[in-house]
Unconditional design. Structure first.
Length: 165
């Protein structure tokens, strides 16, 4: 039985939040995704927004679920929403088959804790199997190509925070 192609234009974008977390050295947190459907990739924490959920609260919730991090200060919010489209071959499959891609609201945060706070298994369903701090100019090159334009916009939006305290 073959799968019928899905027209991406017929599907909505999934509302999502993302966080760029800076440490005291001005480096950015990235995690290596466990699910390698698109090959090895590193990304910043991100996730869906629940119905009626405040965007800032969603960003903090997703950060904690994916990294265990709670000790943060909110620095900035990106001025708009950034969209990406899934590759055509996975439309109708990825994101539970319900979405053409994601529309994301991004926040910049400063990590105020100690690295022992970082726990990729803080939530029952880990998304990352490794993490590291990287210079902001390396972030966009680590993400899968179809999300790269969003990451370039996030880097541009928050570059001023990428400096040591």
């Amino acid at each position: 039985m073959s799968r019928r192609p899905v027209d991406p234009e017929s599907l909505p974008y999934r509302r999502c939040v993302g966080v760029m977390v800076f440490n005291a050295k001005g480096l950015v947190f990235v995690g290596r995704r466990i699910f390698v459907e698109a090959g090895e990739s590193w990304q910043m924490p991100q996730g869906g927004v629940d119905a009626g959920e405040d965007l800032r609260a969603a960003a903090l919730r997703e950060l904690h679920e994916e990294t265990g991090i709670r000790s943060v200060e909110v620095l900035a919010e990106a001025p708009g929403w950034f969209n990406y489209d899934l590759p055509r071959e996975v439309v109708g499959i990825a994101l539970k088959g319900k979405f053409r891609g994601q529309t994301q609201k991004w926040f910049a945060l400063r990590f105020l804790g100690v690295e022992g706070e970082i726990d990729l298994r803080a939530h029952g369903h880990p998304e990352f199997d490794a993490w590291k701090w990287v210079p902001i100019d390396e972030v966009a090159g680590l993400i899968v190509p179809f999300k790269r334009d969003v990451y370039v916009k996030v880097v541009d939006s928050f570059r001023s925070w990428a400096k040591p305290l």
